[in-house]
Design a protein around this ligand. Structure first.
Ligand code: FES
Ligand code: FES
Length: 78
């Protein structure tokens, strides 16, 4: 089983749009953080879909250790 790479030490604040789908990078290898760019292909990790229920600022996890994928739950401080 592949292990996710820590892409950042803090979350990414993103202005999401209502009803739009976002694909969060769970592996940490994407060059387009916090979103998937297909770099997970050599691993067994797949991206996590996030559908915005309303337009607002969302904090996507950058450390990839969150227990609430794809959002930051404060685990980056551990
Ligand atoms: Fe990380 Fe796709 S590049 S999940
Ligand atoms: Fe991963 Fe906060 S950035 S839990």
């Amino acid at each position: 089983m592949s292990t996710a790479v820590r892409a950042a030490d803090t979350p990414f604040a993103v202005e999401v749009e209502q009803d739009k789908d976002y694909w969060w990078c769970a592996c940490g290898l994407s060059q387009n953080q916090p979103f998937c760019d297909g770099s997970h292909k050599p691993t067994d990790i797949t991206p996590v879909k996030y559908t915005a229920t309303k337009s607002r600022t969302v904090f996507f996890c950058g450390c990839k250790a969150t227990g609430k994928q794809p959002l930051c739950d404060g685990s980056h401080n551990a």
